[in-house]
Design a protein. Sequence first.
Lengths: 650, 302, 228
Amino acid sequence: MLSYFSTFAQSSFGLNGMLGISGESFTSMNSFEYNPSNYSVIKDWGFSFTYGGEFAEKLSSNLYQITTAKKFKSHFFSLRYTPGYQKEFVFRSATSTGDSTNEQINLESKYLYKELFGFGYSYKINKDVSVGFNGRYFKQDFTEEIITAIFSDTLYLVKESDVDNSDFWKFDLGLIWQPHDKLIFNFATRNLLIFKNNLENQSNNKFEIKTNKSIIIGINYNPTNNLIFNLNYESENSFLTGFTYLIPINNNKIGFAFSAFPDAHQKPFIAGINPAVIFISKYFDLSLTYIKYFSDRTTISSYSDFTENGISNILHNKYSYDKLLLTTNFKLNTIAEQRAKILDIEIENNIYPALSDKYMDTPIAKAKVLNLTNEFIEVKPLMSMNGISSNKFQSPIVSIAPNDTGDINYYLSIPEDYSKVNPEIVYADFYINTVNDDFDDEYQKPILVNSINAWDGNVHNLKYFVFRDMDFSIKYAKAILAKHKPEIDTLTDATSDFYKAKIIFNAFIEKLTYTSDPRASVEYVQYPKQTLELKGGDCDDLSVCYGSLLESIGIETALVDYKNSSTVKHVNVMFNTKLLPQQAFLITGNDTKYFIRKNELGIAEVWIPIETTSLSDFESAWILGSEKFQTEAINEFGLLKGMIEIIDVN
Amino acid sequence: MKKYILYILIGIAVVYSGCDKPSPTELINDPHVSENLDLEIITKDINNEFYSNGFDTSGITVDIRNYASIISVSGIKLTRNGRTDNISSALTFLFDKSKPFKYNGTILGYNTITPGIIKFNDVTARLTNYRVRYREGGVFIDTVLGKKYELFNINGSLFNDQFTFPYNSSIAFFYNPFIGQSMSFDISTPYEITGNVQFVKTQNQNNFNAELNWDAGNTNKFSIIIGGIRTSNEQNFPFFRIKTRDDGHIVIPNSILKNIPRNIFGKISFTFIRKFDKLTNLQNTDLYVVSQSIHTIIVEIP
Amino acid sequence: MIKFILFFLFSIVVGYAQSFDVEKLSGNVKILSSGDETWQQLKPKMKLDGNTIISTDINSSVTIKNDRIRFTLKESSAITVSNLKKISLDELLMALAMENVLNTPRKKGSNKSDNTAVYGDKISSNTLTTLQSNDFGVKRINGAKQLVDNGLKESAIITVQEIYRKYPTTKKDTNTRIYFSDILFELGLYEEAYDDYADISKTLDLSNEQKNYINEKLEQISKKLINK
C-alpha cells in the first residue's frame, strides 16, 4: 500500500550514483539535476550515456540520456538529450450505455510527461567561482478518451480522443564556490523561470508537473583524496546525502558511492538509497547505479491521489520504480594536458628598443616554471609583444626534472626596422610550451616600450647606440678619410689609428654644436646618424657618434662613464691607439696624456681619452679628456671607487 | 582519437538497440469512488414524439410496462424561467396483463383495472384516465387504456388534492379492495433534493461543461436525466440517464451536450432523482413501489 | 681583499695635490704643464699644478714646497707634481688594488671579438726601438726614489707602478725592482712585497748575490706571514 505523501521529491537527484559536486567527471556531465550551475571539470570534450532498466511489473530497459559537453577556455557548454526521462500514467474508465445492448464502452486516459532535452552553460570566473545556468525542455501530453453523444436521426454514443498538451522551458541558475581545495559549496535555484504553453482544457491543469520554486544548497567535502562527502539541502525540506570512496589503481580509480535521500514529504524518512560502483580512468568513466525506493512501488496507484498531488519530477517521484543504471562518460581531450606551470615571473617592465642587442643576451623576463609531470620535460619559452612584432620570439629550450622547478629565460628580439619615436605600453604575452602547439601556461603583462632614442642611463647600454646605423657611420668615416688620403698615406703603421682618429674627430667636430638633452625625464640618446644630421648633441650623443665613427674604421673605443654623483653625469670616449707604451712618444711627449690598458692577450696598449664635448679640435679634446681622466680616475682613485668606469663598446 | 570516436559510436549503437518505453503507472479509482460515467440512452429516436415509457413530469421514470402494478410517490420540484414549482404526486397503476395494447406489434401498454379504493396518508386517490399517445400516419392519437389512481398538488394549492409529499419521512398506503382483505403499509421517502446547474466554459474554446451540484444524500439510487425541451411543443424529451454516486457533484462533459440539435431543442433539462424503490406483492401480483425526490431544472442551452 | 678595501673607500679623504711654489732652483730644470707638448724652463716663482711634470738635467735640482710638503728633486730625475702627496697605508693598499684593476687584461665582448687576429699582426709589425722614451722612464724612476728620500714612501710605490706601466723597460731593472720591493717590505706590506720579490726572481736574470738576497727576503716574509 502506498503511503500518502506529497511529491516534492529531491530535484537534485541524478542517475550517476556519485552525486554532489567534485572534481570527477560524473559531477560535470549529464546532470542538470544536481549540477544546475553546469559546473565543469571536463577539459575539452565530454560524452555521456546512461542506459538502464526499470523494475516495474516487467523489466523495461531504456536509454536515459546522451550528453555532449565542450569546454572553451573558461566557457563550458553541454547539451543533453533525454529520451528516457519520461513517465506515463494510464487511467482506465468505462461508460455503460443503458440501452438494449447494455454494453460498456471502455475509456483510457493517458498522462505522459517527458523531458526531451536541455542545455547548460557555465563560466568559470576564477579558480574558485563558477556560475552557470541550464534550460530544459519538457513536454506534457494528456490524452483522454471521452464519450460523445451524436444526435442524428438516432441518438448514439461514440468514443473520441481528447488530446491536450503543453510544453515548457525551465531555466535555473547555479553557482559553485570552492573556498578551499577540500570544500565546494553549490547554490542553485529550482524552477526559477518557466515559460510554457497553456493547456487547452483548464480541467487538465491539475495534471501538470508541479513547479514550485525553491533553492538548493549543497556542501561537498573531501577530507582525503579518496573520500568525498556531499549533502544537498532543498528549501522544501528534502535532503540528499552521500559519500564516494575511490581507490586509485594504477592511473585509474575504482570506488563506490552511496547516497540516501530523506525526503520531508515522503515516507519512510529515508525514501530510498542509491548505491553505485564506479570506475574512473583517463578516457572514460563507468558507474553502475542502483536506485532503491523503500516504499512499495506497484504499477497501480490511486487516481484521486494523482489528480490531487500530481508529480513535480519526471524521473524521481513517488511513482518511480527501482532502477539499475549504467552510465558511461567519455572524456576526449584534444587539448593537451597542462604539463608545466608558471609559478612566478620576473619581468623587466621598461624596454629600450635601442638596446635590442642587449635583449638578445639578457633576458627581459625570468620565469620559474614547475614541471607538473613525472617525467623530464623540455620547456620551450615563447613570447609575443604586440606593437614590437607580430611574431612570437622563441627563447632557448630548458629541460626540467620531474616535479621540479626550472628557470626559464625570455629573450626579446627587436626588429631592425623598429623606429617608433614615442613610447607606448604594449602587452607582452609569455608562454610556455612543452609537447605540442598548445600552451601549457601563459602570462600577460603590460610593458613600457620606450622611444627608439630612449636610454636607461646605464652607460654600458650606450654601446648599443654606437652600433646602430653602422653602415652610415662607415660611409661617413670613410668619406672623411678619403678626403685626407694623401696625409694618411704618409703615416707609419704604428700611428695610423691615432691620426685617423684625429682626422675624423676634427672633421666631424667642425660641424657640430653642443646641445643639452631635449628631454628631461627620460634620457634621450641620438643615434650617430641623427647627431650628424641634427649637427649637435649632448655628451652621450657626441660620445656615441664619435665612438661609432671610430669603431666603423676598426678603432677600438671605450666609453668613460663619470658617475660622480655631485655633478651631472658625464660620458666621454677613450680609444686604443694600438701603440705599445714604448711607442707613446710617437704621439706625445707628455706621459700624463695617455693610459696603458692591456688587451685580452695581456699586451699593454696606449689609450687616450677624448672629451668629445670640447668641440674645438682634437688636441684640446685630448688634453681635456686626459686631464679629467688623470685627475678623477687615477689621482682620486675614481676607477677603484667605481665612480668612473671604462666600458668597451665592443 | 578516431579509435575513441568509434568506441562511442559502437556504444551508442548498442545502447539504442534495446529501448523500451518505461512502464506506465496504472491509475485506478479508489474502491469507494466511482467516477465511471454510467450513461444510458433513454430514447434513441429523437424524432419519435410518441413515448410510452412513462416518463413525464409526474416523475415516473421507469418503464411501467414491466410490472403488474406500480405505486409511485414523488416530491417534485420544477425549476424553469427562474421559478420553482413544488409538486406532490402519488400514483397507482394496476394492470391487467392479459390485455395488452399493441400498435404495429409493439406493446404500448396494458389496460388498467380499479378493483378498490386507494388512500395515501388518508387521502383517497382519484381515478383519472390513463392515456397513451402514438402516431399513426403523421397524426397523434390518444388512447385511454383505463383509469389510474392519482393524487396531485402543485405548490400546496387548495384547489388540488390535499396531498403534500413528505420528504425524509413516510407515506401511509392504504388499499381496500372491493373483494378481499384491505391492506396497508408505509412508503418511506427520500431526502429532498435541490440541484443546481452551471455551464462552465472551457478554456480556449466555445465549449462548455455542465457542472451539476446537489445536496448530497449518499443514497444508493441516484440518477440524473438529461433531456431536451422541444421548441415545438414545450415537451420534455429525455436523452440520457446518468447513474452516479449521490455525492453532490458531477461534470457533464461538453462531448455529451455539444451535439444537441438546437433547432429542435431550445432548452435542456436536468432532472435529479433520488429514489427508494422496492418490489413487493399485491394480491399475488408483483407490485413495484417507488418513492422519489425529484428536481428538474430547465435551462437555456448556452 | 679588494672588496674589503672598497668597504672603506668612502671614508677615505684623498689629499688633493695642492699647487707648489719653487723654493730653490739650480741648473737646468724644465716643466711640462698639463696637456702640453713643449717643455718650458722652470723659473722661480712659478706655480706648479698637479698634472705638471718636473724634469731635472744632470747637476740640476729643484726644491718645491707647499704648506704640507717640501720636496727636493735631484739631478736626472722627473716627477709629476700630483705624485707629491702624503697618503696613508690604507690609501696605498687601495691604490695597489687599482693597479690590479688597470693591469688586468680587458675581456672582449663575447659575441664580437672579430679583430683579435688583426691585433697580432699589428704588434708584430711594430718594431720600433724605444730608447728615447726609456731615458725619460729612468728619470721617472729616479724621481720616484726621491719620493722615498723625502718620506713619501707610499706615494713612491704608487708612482713607480705607473712608471712600470708606461715605461715597461724600467720594470726590467733588477736593482730598481728590489729597491721598491724593499720599500713594500719596510711599509709592512709583506704579501705585496712577497709577490713583488717572487715576480723579480721569476721574470728577471739575477746575480747570485741578488738571488740570495731575494730568497732571504722571501724567507723572512714567509716567517712573518706564518707568525701573523
